[in-house]
Design a protein around this ligand. Sequence first.
Ligand code: NAD
Ligand code: GLY
Length: 359
Amino acid sequence: MKTLNVELGERRYPIYIGANLLEQGDLLTRHIKSKQVVIVTNETIAPLYLEKVLTHLSAYQIESVILPDGEQFKTLDSLNLIFDQLLAKKFSRNATLIALGGGVIGDMGGFAAACYQRGITFIQIPTTLLAQVDSSVGGKTGVNHPLGKNMIGAFYQPQAVIADVDVLDTLDDRQLAAGLAEVIKYGLIRNRAFFVWLEENIDALLARDKSALTYAIEQSCIMKAQVVAEDEHEGGVRATLNLGHTFGHAIETGMGYGSYLHGEAVAIGTCLAADLSQRKGFLNAGDVARIIKLFERANLPVKSPTELRSEQFIELMAVDKKNVDGAIRVILLEAIGKATLPMSVDHLSLTQTLQTYGR
Ligand code: NAD
Ligand code: GLY
């Protein structure tokens, strides 16, 4: 097992990464400071892993909240189901909430923990590749709004993240590929050598080679932890983690939550950002081709859905947390391995990119 730390002073917390971690109850119980524990999970993950986690918690008053599965349920209504149960069972302010699941459960569980009685202890047990490399680390929590993705939320850090690579065995291939989109992102925004490693090892990752997967998770978490420690509330460098996301969120919202997986939308969005980076004179055509090729090899989509016309796409991009005073701002790439901070983009270049990359 490897332990990394997110260095946030008094709120510093560990990320445990390795095999068989769900069997090691102590990793979990050492972070629980009270009797009352609520596990938030969903109907797909519960039959696979809930019992395994509960085995270690016989000494606690446990409540399990099993939510419906899917991005379309990342809503305030689902959040209320958590609050209903906590209040009905008289959970107090010193209770602990464990989010057992992918990014949807992690984001909602974290937001519920942030809101319930103004904040209770929170632990992340991410069960998708995407959640292990990205969403469980860094404290961004929240839900979607029909008009915009992740628009309602809070920064709220967990006490610990337990990333057991063995749980990825039950993840389907499409979800694994979606997680790789965020892994590729790290190489693109800050580590060219890692991008090259991914080019060399993408087949091993898709074949679920455990040592390759563990390495990719560790490297991703190292980078995420560095960025979060430097800029927890996204005043600067943290925005680079949103490469491809302004486009991606527009696709998720415009096509209906759950229609494109988050990682798939990010893959398309990153290809669009690469094209725009070339139009701005940063990347050359060879770089863009190389980026698109890696996403294609990872079995990820690279073209924007034709159903979304450029004007509608741009309207959707106007609802984004990086925008300032109504101007659309995106992260671009200066080179493979180096992202820009958010940059305003003109309507014409954006339209040209969207038209070039419409399927
Ligand atoms: P997800 O949570 O919907 O999980 C994907 C699917 O896999 C679901 O059907 C889930 O039930 C299933 N699943 C989860 N673990 C499994 C396992 N071990 N075996 C079998 N099936 C399993 O999707 P995701 O890709 O994990 O997360 C996407 C969400 O994360 C989006 O809402 C996105 O906005 C959010 N996100 C947040 C951050 C952040 O910093 N907070 C970063 C990136 C993404
Ligand atoms: N996934 C974006 C962030 O954590 O900032």
